[in-house]
Design a protein around this ligand. Structure first.
Ligand code: DGL
Length: 274
């Protein structure tokens, strides 16, 4: 058997740190490497082809670095690249390695939460245009009505540290109202972007009572735990010393300036070229 290695968590930039935080809470004993493609972020406004190319480069690199399993924490990468990588590329790279995304576990969660079977998705333009959420939800639950809303201002609000300030209210209310006007029966909303959990207090403030919010971090952490339980052969390939190492395609100092919004704690960080 090949040497056990860390679980890799990939994101277009900082946002995946929100997912990593939760995965570590659920599975603290494992080793992790986090890769943020900060030099080329955001992915949410880029074409299908470019997101696929960038994500595949990152996955190859993370495998070279010893990971047997890569989690695409980025919704846009999960929406635009995961299927191709799983179905076309993985067999040629190494069929024994795994690439998993954040959309499937979130989709599996909605049925049990929604009573009206009307679900709203908030995400980047790229995630919304890919139609990944409606396709995946309707594959599993054909009767659920899915309505999507792209919120292109929300990522920059978070990254510019404006998300707790008054100006953010305008953009949060605008998209919540727009979504609910298009389907007033929505009772469950998925935060389909790594950054949106940081806006949760403002989102809650503009949502009517009784609408459930699905946050991905815990769902992904739970689902990874379950996956490793069901796949002991993969679990054996994941080393367990409780370490976390960070890599960024940007300069280290630049990453550190903003990473604190998403991740509290010491950053053992290196620059990397893809
Ligand atoms: N990480 C991305 C996502 O979850 C948001 C940031 C970006 O657009 O790159 O969709």
């Amino acid at each position: 058997m090949k040497k056990a290695g860390p679980i890799a968590v990939f994101d277009s930039g900082y946002g995946g740190l929100t997912v990593l935080n939760k995965i570590i809470q659920h599975l603290p004993q494992y080793d992790y490497i986090y890769l943020g493609d900060n030099a080329r972020t955001p992915y949410g406004t880029r074409s299908f082809e470019v997101v696929y190319e960038y994500t595949l480069e990152a996955v190859r690199k993370l495998f070279q670095m010893g990971a047997h399993m890569v989690i695409l924490a980025c919704n846009t990468a999960s929406a635009k690249a995961l299927r191709n990588i799983q179905q076309k590329d993985l067999a040629g790279i190494d069929p024994n390695r795994r690439v998993l995304g954040v959309i499937r576990p979130s989709v599996e969660a909605v049925e049990a939460i929604s009573n009206t079977k009307h679900v709203g998705i908030l995400g980047t333009i790229g995630t919304v245009q890919s139609e990944s959420y409606p396709i995946e939800i309707n594959k599993l639950y054909p009767t659920i009505k899915v309505t999507q809303e792209a919120c292109p201002m929300w990522v920059p609000l978070v990254e510019n540290n404006e998300f707790l300030k008054g100006g953010a209210d305008y953009f949060v209310k605008q998209h919540i109202d727009d979504l609910l006007n298009r389907d007033p029966e929505i009772d469950t909303i998925v935060l389909g972007c790594t950054h949106y959990p940081l806006l949760i207090d403002k989102i809650k403030a503009y949502l009517p009572e009784g609408i459930a919010i699905v946050e991905q971090g815990d769902i992904v952490g739970e689902s990874l735990k379950d996956y490793l339980r069901r796949h002991p052969e993969m679990n054996e390939k994941c080393s367990k010393n409780g370490s976390v190492k960070f890599y960024t395609t940007e300069q280290v100092a630049k990453f550190k300036q903003t990473a604190g919004i998403f991740f509290k704690g010491e950053l053992n960080l290196e620059h990397i070229v893809l």
